[in-house]
Design a protein around this ligand. Structure first.
Ligand code: TMP
Length: 250
């Protein structure tokens, strides 16, 4: 299907954003490009765009059913999503339920340690600086968000976790950690934006004891474990089994 869209507004590593007729909306195209380590590692993974679009759509609709505001409006085709236009806040919020990834590289905490309460880390969204970890003092110095907006962002991420953690547990998936981006719409509402997919979350298969085999997310690509698309497909199959078919916007 050919999608009618306006000008390309922005191209990121995994998505392209296009204008559409309604100035309050934009069209998001999910690409098959996979990148890691600030795009030092790159590949094309057939079907990744479709799987991430579908998984994200189901999860945005799940959040919506729990009255969590998101930018999502609907899907337009396999790899296209219609969303509200937002001003994306240049802070990536990572919520960690279980220690993995950079937390274990940068501290003596062992992989798999349960983090209760979940650890919330904020990163400055800027590829030129490699998305550095922020401190309270740096946030104040940079002036990227007010104290009040930051509180609202953190509350929103914890509410998202409270929905996603038990949802994935029921699917036999441990939600190890995830990254969210947020934005403000024209009305000044804070919305969950970007995507929620195996590119931006860590999922471990609860019924698999092997530390590598249980990985069902982008770590398969980061660590050269193979079977990346098969893992994304497995997550998609489980999510779709628990969610209605995402609504079509056009
Ligand atoms: P980290 O352990 O590498 O800091 O990653 C934490 C979570 O954030 C993990 O679920 C992967 C996700 N993430 C992104 O979505 N984009 C990124 O650029 C990075 C580094 C991590």
């Amino acid at each position: 299907m050919t999608i009618t869209h306006g000008e390309l507004l922005y191209e990121g590593k995994a998505k392209r954003i296009f204008a559409c007729q309604d100035p309050q909306q934009v069209l998001v195209e999910f690409k098959n490009d996979a990148t890691a380590f600030n795009a030092q590692k790159k590949a094309q993974l057939e079907n990744k765009g479709r799987l991430n679009c579908l998984i994200s759509a189901c999860l945005f609709e799940l959040l919506e059913r729990h009255e969590i505001p998101t930018h999502y409006l609907g899907v337009s085709d396999d790899t296209w999503m219609v969303v509200q236009r937002v001003d994306v806040i240049p802070i990536e919020v990572v919520l960690r339920n279980t220690a993995a990834g950079s937390l274990c590289r940068e501290t003596p905490i062992s992989q798999g340690t349960a983090l209760d309460p979940a650890l919330l880390d904020l990163y400055y969204k800027d590829d030129d600086f490699g998305d550095p970890l922020l401190t309270d003092a740096r946030i104040a110095l940079l002036g990227v968000v007010s104290f009040e907006l930051r509180q609202r962002m953190e509350d929103l991420v914890r509410r998202v976790n409270a929905v996603l953690l038990p949802f994935f547990k029921d699917l036999g998936l441990q939600l190890v950690d995830f990254k969210l981006e947020m934005g403000l719409n024209q009305a000044g509402e804070l919305l969950v934006a970007d995507e929620i997919s195996p590119d931006t979350c860590r999922f471990w298969d609860i019924n698999c004891a092997d530390a590598n085999e249980r990985i069902l997310d982008k770590d398969r690509f980061r660590k050269d474990l193979g079977g990346v698309i098969e893992a994304y497909g497995e997550v998609c199959k489980r999510v779709q089994g628990a969610c209605p078919q995402p609504r079509n916007c056009r």
